[in-house]
Design a protein around this ligand. Structure first.
Ligand SMILES: Cc1cc2nc3c(=O)[nH]c(=O)nc-3n(C[C@H](O)[C@H](O)[C@H](O)COP(=O)(O)OP(=O)(O)OC[C@H]3O[C@@H](n4cnc5c(N)ncnc54)[C@H](O)[C@@H]3O)c2cc1C
Length: 302
């Protein structure tokens, strides 16, 4: 039977994001395939707001109903295909962990993403990075469906700068990408993945979290020596703030994992935004450093 689109009204989103802040969407749309996505977006009234959700590891919804269409690709937009010795086509709905493992089976190295949760679409949109390496550096082209329903191919220069990437993706859904990956022998790939997982565990706690939004130092580049990513640079700065709590909320920073927002209760988008602002202001005042929090909040804040 051909794949059908899924359309649900007033969809509860609690279980679709990692940190369960609640929230709902007026319309939840999972397209059957790329052409279906294009037709649906083209036929929507121009004023209808559209947002995209990957696996929700970096997204919060406000507790108000999001008054628009939430596009969710899911596994039907997954997939991995080796195109040549170094290039692979990956679906935006594929989970990064699965893609990393598939790449390894083809002798290709994407291991730096091996511990980053989420989908390829989310990883491209946020330029997922670890250990000074970033996904957008590996993109040869990406296919997107724009808000007016057109299918477009984005070239690598779009991904070189965060402002260009954000502008190109503001009204577009990434459907797939072609990546250029370095070749590596299996033993080295296995060792690299184990190393990434160990380093990641040092930065991100394994304990269940209510939030996990991470601060980065503004300016996406690694430091001069190329060793520290913007997130690691932020962690160094935030460790100087030490233990930090926002009175009246369950939100806090933990000395062991300095650049992650923790909460001992589920917390809505407005509280998270307030806390993130509080921290960035303190860092600007005390250390003259600009941090940004990659908190992605959908819907109106109260
Ligand atoms: C425990 C933990 C550890 C983490 N470690 C890291 C880390 O080491 N490095 C790192 O970079 N991040 C890390 N993150 C953050 C997060 O995992 C990444 O940002 C991830 O790439 C988000 O993927 P997602 O599918 O969950 O995206 P979502 O949270 O669903 O979405 C994130 C953004 O991407 C957009 N988006 C998603 N799919 C598409 C699409 N198909 N087309 C267009 N836009 C899309 C959304 O609209 C949203 O703006 C971590 C998060 C957690 C919870």
């Amino acid at each position: 039977m051909p794949m059908q689109r899924t359309l649900i009204e007033n969809k509860d989103l609690t279980d679709l994001t990692w940190f369960h802040p609640g929230g709902s969407a007026k319309v939840f749309f999972q397209p059957a395939h790329m052409a279906d996505l294009g037709e649906y977006l083209r036929d929507l009234p121009e004023k209808t707001q559209v947002e995209v959700l990957g696996s929700g590891s970096n997204t919060c919804f406000s507790r108000e109903c999001f008054d628009g269409v939430l596009v969710y690709l899911g596994a039907r937009f997954g997939g991995f295909e080796a195109l040549s010795e170094r290039t692979v086509r990956v679906g935006a709905g594929a989970l990064t962990g699965d893609v990393v493992r598939e790449a390894m089976l083809h002798g290709l190295d994407l291991t730096f993403l091996g511990a980053v949760p989420g989908t390829i679409g989310g990883a491209i949109a946020s330029n997922a990075s670890f250990s000074g390496r970033r996904l957008c550096e590996r993109i040869l082209r990406a296919t997107v469906v724009s808000r007016d329903g057109r299918i477009q191919t984005l070239k690598p220069d779009v991904f070189e700068r965060s402002d260009r990437r954000a502008a190109a993706l503001r009204n577009a859904v990434i459907v797939q990408a072609v990546l250029d990956l370095p070749q590596q022998v299996p033993e080295r790939l296995n060792a690299a993945l184990a190393d990434v997982k160990r380093q990641h565990e040092e930065m991100f706690p394994a304990a269940p979290l209510y939030t996990g939004h991470v601060f980065s130092k503004k300016n996406e580049n690694a430091d001069e020596a190329g060793r520290k990513s913007p997130k690691e640079q932020a962690a160094q700065i935030l460790s100087r703030l030490g233990e930090f709590r926002l009175p009246g909320t369950g939100l806090y920073l933990d000395r062991s994992f300095p650049n992650i927002i923790f909460s001992n209760e589920s917390s809505d988008g407005s509280r998270l935004a307030e806390f993130a602002q509080f921290i960035t202001n303190r860092c600007r005042q005390e250390f003259a450093v600009d941090l940004e929090c990659n908190l992605n909040i959908v819907g109106d804040l109260r």
